[in-house]
Design a protein around this ligand. Structure first.
Ligand SMILES: *[C@@H]1O[C@H](CO)[C@@H](O)[C@H](O)[C@H]1NC(C)=O
Ligand SMILES: *[C@@H]1O[C@H](CO)[C@@H](O)[C@H](O)[C@H]1NC(C)=O
Ligand SMILES: *[C@@H]1O[C@H](CO)[C@@H](O)[C@H](O)[C@H]1NC(C)=O
Length: 461
């Protein structure tokens, strides 16, 4: 529906996460959609889905991107996050201040030369405009090992030789934010919106018959696993990592499983690391959040695992990466978490992770969101491709998606988020400059490799 098209009476949103719900809220608040009914479906019994990128406790609020449009977008979001009233985005501990320490180490596998320098330059320029929440004084370049050590506070093992710290930064509690978003949805709905939980979409429905040119079918809704159909004038696919199993996106958007680990701390251990910064080793993609409520969370913002699975898409058999829930991470990932932990906190080398898991991103080759009408199917809009950056822009993303639906998104973002024809033919991972680890790992292969203390090779069943 570009601005010259009629406003849809019925909208179906597939996916009750950050993109789906925030879009629903934005549309429901716009006078143009005052007679529109919205149906949201999500496979989870409880929203958000625990395997999705919308779930979990902490998300880094990083404004430091090499792409200026993102720095600006995150800064806009940050202006909302930093309002701490209980009825504002930052309230009730949804947002917590913490300095962000970014480091890089040329020569390490995964390192991208120049990315850190470029984001620093952007950040400084932005700070100078004083339009945003941070100023040049908040940003300190860390030129050598000593400066880095000083900035890392209570992290004893911080090493490396270049980096910077942004002292005006923070993280958000994704789960709390989603609950806040559901409250907003309730307020905006006024009887015009329904959510169906535990409702899985089997496939999208198309009408290729009357009134359309060749190669142009119309998406008319979705068929659910229980056989029911939901008809809609506009279908918005916002299923995150599950999106590529419903529409053939080729290598444009691919589900990748990203590694997370959690460490339980004693009261004493917790107080020994109070005021630690958010730590991000850009060369390896390994990050760690400030410990809170006696839990330390670390992870890898990497190329992730793919889980190729046969699916039928638009009548054709395809191999598509789909999320796997409820499993701990493969040995390779646990080792990487452990190595990172020991590097930063050598004295915790004997501690065991209380939990590890995969968080599923919908990754695009460039790390840009995919927010656009499908080029071939009328009535189908894609709001996906979070690439692990969705939650931090939560306060503003719904409005941007709604703008794009109405055909009035600003040009730069529209260009970045459009359905691109000119993409590589095979997805080789997201090269947004911040990812670490190996490329092209297949979950099943890594899952079968088990470390065996007796040295006997063994496969997991
Ligand atoms: C998350 O979604 C997947 C895929 O639809 C589903 O299999 C899984 O049960 C959901 N998780 C929860 C906790 O509901
Ligand atoms: C980043 O990780 C690499 C590989 O583990 C390590 O050599 C380097 O010291 C780390 N940098 C920092 C600053 O922690
Ligand atoms: C299928 O599921 C939907 C949504 O959960 C529900 O509204 C509908 O009644 C179900 N249909 C059948 C035939 O059970």
């Amino acid at each position: 529906m570009r601005s010259n098209k009629p406003t849809p009476g019925e909208i179906l949103i597939i996916g009750g996460g950050v993109f789906g719900i925030s879009t629903a809220v934005a549309l429901l608040e716009r006078p143009r959609f005052s007679n529109t009914r919205i149906t949201i479906v999500d496979a989870s019994s409880e929203l958000p889905n625990q395997s999705a990128a919308s779930w979990d406790t902490s998300r880094m609020l990083r404004a430091d991107y090499a792409e200026k449009a993102y720095t600006k977008l995150v800064s806009e979001a940050r202006q909302q996050w930093t309002i701490l009233d209980s009825n504002a985005w930052g309230g009730e501990s949804r947002y917590c201040e913490a300095p962000l320490l970014l480091t890089a180490q040329p020569g390490v596998l995964g390192h991208v030369d120049g990315y850190l320098e470029e984001s620093l330059t952007n950040l400084k320029k932005l700070a100078e405009t004083r339009e945003f929440a941070f100023t040049p004084e908040d940003i300190e370049e860390l030129g050598d090992k000593d400066a880095l050590k000083r900035a890392s506070g209570p992290i004893p093992g911080a090493s490396g030789n270049s980096g910077y710290i942004n002292r005006n930064c923070g993280w958000v509690d994704a789960r709390k934010c989603l609950h806040f978003l559901y409250q907003k949805l309730k307020q905006a709905a006024k009887g015009r919106c329904e959510i169906h939980r535990s409702t899985t979409v089997r496939k999208l429905l198309y009408d290729g018959l009357a009134g359309f040119t060749i190669n142009q079918a119309r998406c008319i809704g979705a068929e659910l696993m229980n056989g029911s159909h939901i008809q809609a004038d506009l279908t918005i696919l916002a299923a995150g990592a599950w999106s590529p199993s419903l529409v053939d996106m080729g290598p444009r958007a691919v589900a990748t499983g990203q590694t997370l680990g959690y460490l339980a701390l004693t009261e004493e251990e917790q107080s020994s690391v109070n005021n630690m910064p958010i730590y991000f080793n850009m060369s390896t993609g390994m990050f760690m959040f400030p410990a809170h409520t006696r839990e330390l969370k670390l992870g890898r913002h990497g190329f992730g695992y793919q889980n190729p699975t046969p699916v039928i898409l638009e009548g054709k058999r395809k191999l598509v990466s789909t999320p796997i829930s409820h499993l701990p991470v493969p040995t390779e990932a646990e080792d990487a978490l452990k190595e990172f932990l020991v590097e930063l906190f050598p004295h915790w080398r004997h501690k065991e992770f209380s939990k590890t898991k995969l968080c599923w991103y919908c990754d695009t080759p460039s790390g840009d969101f995919l927010i656009d009408y499908h080029p071939e199917y009328e009535g189908l809009f894609l709001a996906t491709g979070d690439s692990g950056h969705g939650v931090k822009v939560l306060p503003v993303i719904g409005q941007k998606i709604a703008d794009s639906i109405e055909g009035k998104l600003d040009h730069t973002l529209q260009e970045l988020w459009r359905w691109k024809e000119d993409i590589p033919s095979v997805f080789q991972g997201t090269s947004d400059g911040t990812r670490g680890g190996r490329r092209g790992m297949v979950f099943q292969e890594e899952w079968q490799r088990v470390r065996d203390p007796t040295g006997v090779a063994r496969e997991r069943l």
